[in-house]
Design a protein around this ligand. Structure first.
Ligand code: ADP
Ligand code: MG
Length: 265
């Protein structure tokens, strides 16, 4: 990937379900090594956008590229470079973690050496090594989430797309996942994730996008978001509540918070 190439680039991405417009033209770019957080109320369109980025559903219109590869016309390259961790881990429950890693490694042609090395590292990091030969069906939601996250690392993705990574994890696991993800971005991998835990977004993200009713209503670093709200001491929760509240009252985008053509403040 060249220096100038974006990890994720979205141009005028729209999604309609019948008459309902779930995404109304999303423009967004994520750079290599960037930690990007996407937040918004329930039903705002976060999961829809994530599924479009990873190629599970098709947009009604718009262009999506991953590391420069169009996710429609070059979908197999785009998928190879992407790791996806859904909000609900869909695992084959009659498999053990080790068997599941075998299965995923087969799909992505991961070498046996890499599978064993990464599988062991990840399971040990998550304290699941002793569970490696147990059936996944007996695991808690948090344990399944950890297995899904481990499996997503096997093919060494450049871009990780994660829907609500911390749901169901205990505080120690949240810390482990936060440190792990932060470390990945330091190694140049890019992360696009959604969360309802605003303190986590504030902690981790280089930039944050706020989506409401299928539109990006604010986009920038924490400092930029604060500056634009002229609320120097606000935390992300106050910013989020203010933006989504004004949005609802006015029914229109707050003009000074709407992303400009350049996509940044
Ligand atoms: P979020 O993840 O931000 O909570 P979603 O992306 O799941 O929001 O949903 C955005 C909107 O699109 C919601 O109003 C939801 O009801 C609607 N929606 C999502 N998937 C479908 C679908 N398959 N058919 C119809 N409407 C859908
Ligand atoms: Mg969702």
């Amino acid at each position: 990937m060249s220096q100038t190439e974006k990890a994720i680039s979205l141009s005028q991405v729209k999604k309609n379900y019948g008459d309902f417009s779930a995404l109304k033209g999303i423009d967004l770019e994520v750079s290599p090594g960037e930690f990007f957080g996407f937040i918004g109320p329930n039903g705002a369109g976060k999961t829809t956008l994530i599924r479009i980025i990873v190629g599970i559903i098709k947009p009604t219109s718009g262009i999506i590229t991953v590391c420069g590869y169009d996710n429609l016309s070059s979908s197999s390259m785009a998928k190879r470079l992407t790791g996806y961790i859904p909000d609900r881990p869909y695992l084959y429950e009659k498999l053990t973690p080790i068997e599941y890693f075998d299965f995923i490694s087969g799909l992505y042609s991961v070498s046996k050496e890499r599978k064993l090395k990464v599988g062991e590292e990840m399971l040990k990091m998550f304290n699941l090594w002793d569970w490696r030969n147990e059936l996944i069906e007996g695991f808690s939601h948090g344990m399944k989430q950890k297995v899904a996250m481990s499996a997503a690392m096997l093919h060494d993705p450049e871009v990780l797309v994660i829907d609500e990574p911390m749901v169901g994890l205990d505080p120690r696991s949240v810390k482990v996942v936060k440190d792990f993800l932060k470390d990945l971005t330091k190694k140049g991998k890019s992360i696009f994730f959604t969360t309802h835990t605003l303190s986590i977004a504030e902690d981790l993200c280089d930039r944050i996008g706020i989506i409401n009713h299928g539109q990006v209503v604010a986009l920038g670093t924490m400092d930029e978001l604060k500056k634009h709200l002229k609320s120097g001491d606000s935390d992300l929760e106050s910013i989020f509540l203010k933006i989504t509240e004004e949005e609802e009252i006015g029914g229109e985008l707050v003009p000074e918070l709407a992303p400009k053509d350049s996509d940044e403040f």
